[in-house]
Design a protein around this ligand. Structure first.
Ligand code: 5GP
Length: 186
């Protein structure tokens, strides 16, 4: 199938992301001030860059684990059924946990993941999402901490892909399809 041509427009610069992570890290450190060792649970794959920057800024004793839930595949529409494709390596019972998500969109993924993790009886369970698209929400849920609220656009970069490309962009960009861009000028 021929690729549909597109370009990417910068939405959130690398500098703005770094500044926001620094501010959020201070809040997180305060919230977990009694925690010996924080279990940071990254939701693969979109959160891997965010986690890398976040844990280094946190300056806390952390363990990092990963969980992969099914989402878009190679299409741009979210499927409603969430499957766990890769589970955590370690137990979280009685532990202080921070779940790191790239984007809260409809909310189905984070909601299903939280339900699963709560059933394992952590001592404390909070969430951080780099991006939040409140206009798309179908489940009543908000992450404890949010990096940026964004409009309903398809975004890439900073770990987030489009058909497995663009994860390595240092900024968050929105995908603009050339046919739609031309259409809006007419
Ligand atoms: P939700 O279950 O909240 O609808 O979807 C969350 C997941 O959908 C995110 O973790 C992310 O993988 C994917 N997602 C949501 N919005 C976007 C987007 O704009 N771009 C990309 N690449 N993935 C998205």
């Amino acid at each position: 199938m021929p690729e549909r041509p597109y370009h990417i427009e910068v939405m959130i610069s690398a500098k703005a992301i770094a500044a926001r992570i620094e501010a959020l890290s201070k809040e997180i450190r305060r919230a977990y001030k009694d925690t010996d060792k924080l279990v940071v649970v990254g939701l693969l794959r979109g959160s891997f860059v965010f986690i890398a920057d976040l844990v280094r800024e946190l300056e806390m004793n952390v363990e990092v684990d990963f969980l992969e839930a099914s989402s878009y595949g190679n299409a741009t529409e979210s499927s409603r059924e969430v499957k766990i494709l890769k589970d955590l390596r370690g137990p979280i019972e009685g532990r202080d946990v921070l779940v790191v998500e790239d984007i809260v969109d409809t909310g189905h993924t984070l909601s299903a993941v939280l339900k699963l993790l709560k059933s394992r009886n952590p001592r404390k369970l909070e969430t951080i999402a780099l991006l939040d698209k409140p206009a798309r929400r179908e489940v009543d849920l908000k992450a404890t901490w949010t990096g940026f609220e964004i409009p309903d656009a398809f975004v890439v970069g900073y770990g987030i892909d489009f058909a497995q490309a663009n994860r390595n962009l240092p900024y968050i960009g929105s995908v603009v399809f050339e046919d739609e861009a031309k259409g809006s000028e007419a």
